[in-house]
Design a binder for this molecule. Structure first.
Ligand code: GLN
Length: 592
């Protein structure tokens, strides 16, 4: 394969050569193939969904795939981003805080990703500047090209080596034409030249407008933006047309004509009922075959795996379509005006609904508007309540009022992170004789601090990177509801993102009033799951973790399955109906 390369000696920076391409030791050119997805016309087209769906259909063929998202912003990670502006912060098992698209990849590919799958300009530039200080650029002036682009290429090759994937899927953030992403485009252009023909497949995701006043699809914005991609030196191999209805033949012909991409590689990617049907749509259109041919991958795909993977996936889609029992879940939050800030919760409820036959309707309740006086009215018609993760004072008392109401009225309740901390606060105030109980996040000098800073967090200053982050094992208390819903596993693995925890000094006092801590950190006094026994409440559970992040279509998270199941009963569905469909309602496998 090396002979195909357009470069002689890669990886060596010398006085004599203009090429600067750091290559990790042992990297074999041509072994890994790359699919790069660019966004054109505008953002928000579902580049991550498209890219992960395409990766999935290659994975179904027995190829190993891994994604990487290249983000243009200068933050090192997504940890300090406001979810209201950018969507939820997705946490990976190794603690990387990243863009919500990584969640889409994990769910679609059923794969745990790591920091290697997420790169920001902040990471790239800090690394370049650090290397400059170490004198690693041999006296050269450090430039966007080749040094910054070199760092991008290095990361792609490092991921190729670490993952040993057949195909690396590179998703370039933003839209062609954005200043901050331009160097990523240049980096993949350079790298496709270096790796040689048959190594890169460039896919442009574009958008077909359909103005109401015209009533027809127009391709001009797509044409103009595809020309900008050409100007950046990229000639796409495949064009996928996002549109609300299927992109017409006429429009696809125009796009083919103006971008010199053969008609059979211009695909429609129109709106559909669920993101999970997109892989099948792409397969039906033949994109997988086109990619295999372009990347000369035919020999590496396995026969037989595809049918099995398709059947399993189609089972999930069938169960989505078969959800027939309506139920309403209220999400009590702060950022309720932006659905993206709760993307994984929405997904986890969909997975659980598919498992239990429940057609979940979500009701968003702004906690800042909730009071003990209006709570009954606001929660009328709601069969289950989620208090999701959150930070700070705003709306906290509204959430506490809601938790109290759910506990007293036996409405199924699931608390996620902040939702567990506030449930403990509420329980302490109402049942443990601690009227002043609070979290020190809200009231630093609180007289009864039932939730307090984690000891290791007390020494750390600043907002970035000072949380307990990532996947940790949870020791399951035998005989509890938490144990039952995890098939009596001794340990499960969950993902965390918090600074505060239940005050260990008060655990005994709280438990003696009837609350059970059913999941604990194995080697530290950190309470990770709590519940009320079944005799006290049909479903009142909360966790310090974010189980929504690890729910997968075919492996719904047990907390969410438990909530949906209890909410169905609360909605009036007879218990017998639930147990009759035991297959669909059986305990979900542990997310460990
Ligand atoms: N604000 C709380 C903490 O820092 C909860 C965090 C969360 O809900 N993700 O511990």
């Amino acid at each position: 394969m090396t002979s195909k390369s357009n470069l002689g000696s890669l990886g060596h920076t010398t006085e004599e050569t203009e090429f600067f391409t750091p290559v990790p030791p042992g990297y074999e050119r041509g072994k890994t193939k790359y699919v790069v997805v660019f966004g054109t016309v505008m953002s928000g087209l579902g580049k991550g969904i498209f890219s992960s769906s395409l990766a999935k259909i290659l994975q179904d063929k027995g190829l190993s795939v891994t994604p990487i998202k290249l983000e243009g912003y200068l933050n090192r990670d997504s940890g300090t981003l406001n979810p209201y502006r950018h969507g939820e912060v997705f946490v990976l098992d190794d603690g990387m805080e990243c863009d919500m698209d990584l969640g889409t990849y994990e769910r679609m590919l059923d794969q745990d990703l790591s920091h290697l799958n997420f790169t920001t300009s902040g990471q790239i530039f800090s690394d370049v500047l650090e290397k400059e200080r170490e004198g690693r650029y041999l006296g050269r002036d450090v430039q966007m090209i080749p040094h910054v682009t070199g760092e991008v290429k290095l990361r792609l090759r490092e991921l190729a080596m670490a993952s040993q994937a057949d195909v690396v899927f590179v998703e370039i953030g933003g839209t062609v034409g954005d200043v901050e992403n331009a160097y990523f485009i240049e980096a993949v252009r350079e790298m496709s030249f270096e790796e040689g023909p048959g190594s890169f497949c460039f896919v442009a995701l574009t958008y077909i407008v359909e103005p109401k006043i015209l009533g027809e699809q127009k391709s001009k914005p797509a044409q103009i933006n595809l020309k900008m991609l050409n100007a950046a030196g990229i000639h796409p191999h495949i064009i996928a047309c996002r549109a609300s209805s299927p992109a017409s033949k006429k429009v696809r012909e125009k796009i083919a004509m103006f971008s010199s991409v053969p008609m059979d590689r211009v695909f429609s990617m129109h709106d559909c009922e669920s993101v999970y049907v997109i892989p099948e749509m792409l397969r039906g259109a033949g994109i997988d075959a086109a990619v295999l041919e372009l990347l000369e991958l035919g020999g590496r795909s396995e026969t037989g795996t595809e049918e099995k993977a398709r059947a399993a996936w189609n089972d999930y889609i069938a169960s989505l379509r078969a959800r027939k029992h309506p139920l309403t879940i209220g999400v009590i939050g702060k950022y309720t005006s932006l659905r993206d800030s709760y993307a994984s919760i929405i997904q986890a409820l969909e997975h659980a609904g598919a498992r239990c036959g429940g057609n979940v309707q979500l009701v968003w309740v702004d906690s800042a508007e909730l009071t003990e006086a209006n709570i009954a009215e606001r929660l009328a018609g709601i069969h289950g309540v989620i208090v999701p993760g959150g930070f700070g004072v705003r709306g906290a008392e509204g959430k506490i009022a809601c938790i109290k109401y759910a506990r007293e009225n036996k409405i199924p309740y699931l608390g996620l992170c902040y939702g567990m901390q506030l449930a403990v606060v509420e329980f302490a105030r109402s049942r443990c004789g601690m009227p002043h109980a609070n979290t020190t996040e809200i009231e630093p000098d609180c007289a009864e601090p039932v939730i307090d800073l984690l000891p290791e967090q007390m020494q750390i200053e600043g907002l970035g990177g000072n949380m307990r982050l990532g996947g940790f094992d949870v020791a399951v208390t035998p005989g509890t509801e938490f144990a039952a819903m995890n098939a009596d596993a001794q340990r499960v693995r969950l993902r965390f993102r918090h600074r505060y925890e239940v005050n260990p000094d008060l655990v005994e006092r709280i438990e003696s009033a009837g609350l059970v801590f059913s999941g604990r950190c194995p080697d530290q006094p950190i309470m990770q799951v709590m519940e009320l026994p079944k005799t006290a409440h049909p479903f009142f559970m909360a966790t310090q973790a974010h189980p929504e992040l690890t729910s997968r279509p075919q492996r719904p998270d047990p907390f969410f399955v438990g909530l949906v199941r209890a909410a169905l009963v609360y909605s009036g569905l007879p218990q017998e109906t639930l147990s009759k469909s035991a297959g669909a309602l059986g305990t979900a496998p542990s997310s460990a």
